[in-house]
Design a protein around this ligand. Structure first.
Ligand SMILES: [Zn+2]
Length: 282
């Protein structure tokens, strides 16, 4: 299956793999970090596309960006039917479970007025899309995530709605062959401060891989961007990422990827074991 969005997002996984000091991490942890770094970038790319292409959005933009991010991740990997790929989808859902269930005294207060869904809802939304993408073969996701039957029943429809929307975007917003290339998305690296442990190594590997440039290039050639845009990799002082629609800058913070590394070490081994036992489809 060759989709525009996937073409745009291809080869990101190599970038993140290359970016990690892997010797320090278990393969499951590397997968968790990679999947979540990919999803973060895809989510922000969702905001970028919504804003720059003026995509119509019903419902909350944050939900739409999660859906675009999910589909980006889904389409990024052409091998959509192996257990490792589904494990990655669950890694993304599990990030939100970890955030949701992190009971620490300094955990941030939950704001019900926030533009994002609650972490617990983001976990179930993503688990639902993962299951709904192939319900015949992925029933085990229901047990593994604890997705209640009341929700699971509608997940195939939810997934089909999102898939339909992405195909619609593809039909309407891909740059036509005879349209000249114009504005571009460019990558800019800002060196991290010395005290940010692991970030200098991260920067060197991301830069050496050239993968972000490849994604920027694909974005520029796939869509008729209305102006020049930037993808900035920088230190932000917090584990964040965002798209600034005024300046046309997508910011990915070193701290965000380093934070996934930290969280990866908290993944329950039990879940990893059940994933290894999960049936794969060929
Ligand atoms: Zn967002």
């Amino acid at each position: 299956m060759k989709l525009t969005l996937s073409a745009l997002l291809l080869s990101l996984s190599g970038m993140v793999h290359a970016a990690l000091p892997e010797q320090a991490l278990h393969p499951d942890e590397v997968r968790f970090v990679t999947a979540n770094a990919e999803f973060t970038l895809m989510h922000e790319m969702g905001h970028l596309l919504i804003s720059e292409l003026k995509l119509p959005v019903l419902g909350r933009e944050e939900d739409a960006a999660d859906q675009l991010g999910f589909m980006g991740l889904f389409l990024l990997h052409e091998r959509q039917s192996d257990a490792n790929f589904y494990a990655k989808l669950l890694d993304v859902a599990d990030y939100w479970r970890l955030e949701w269930q992190r009971q620490t005294p300094d955990a941030p207060e939950i704001h019900v007025w926030d533009s994002h869904a609650l972490d617990a809802q983001r976990f179930f939304n993503l688990a639902c899309l993962a299951y709904g993408s192939d319900p015949k073969n992925l029933e085990w996701i229901i047990q593994m995530t604890g997705l209640p039957d009341e929700r699971a029943f509608y997940c195939p429809e939810e997934y089909q709605q999102v898939e339909y929307a992405v195909n619609w975007i593809r039909q309407h917003f891909t740059r036509k062959r005879n349209q000249p290339e114009g504005h571009r998305l460019r990558v800019e690296y800002q060196p991290p401060p010395h005290h940010l442990e692991g970030a200098t190594e991260l920067l060197e590997k991301v830069r050496a891989s050239g993968e972000l440039e490849a994604i920027a290039e694909r974005t520029s050639s796939t869509f008729a961007l209305p102006r020049d845009l930037k993808l900035i990799v920088t230190s932000c002082g917090e584990a964040d990422a965002w798209y600034n629609r005024n300046s046309g800058e997508l910011t990915l913070c070193y701290e965000r990827i380093l934070y996934f590394r930290e969280l990866a070490k908290k993944l329950p081994r039990l879940r990893q074991k059940s994933l290894e036992d999960a049936p794969s489809r060929h």
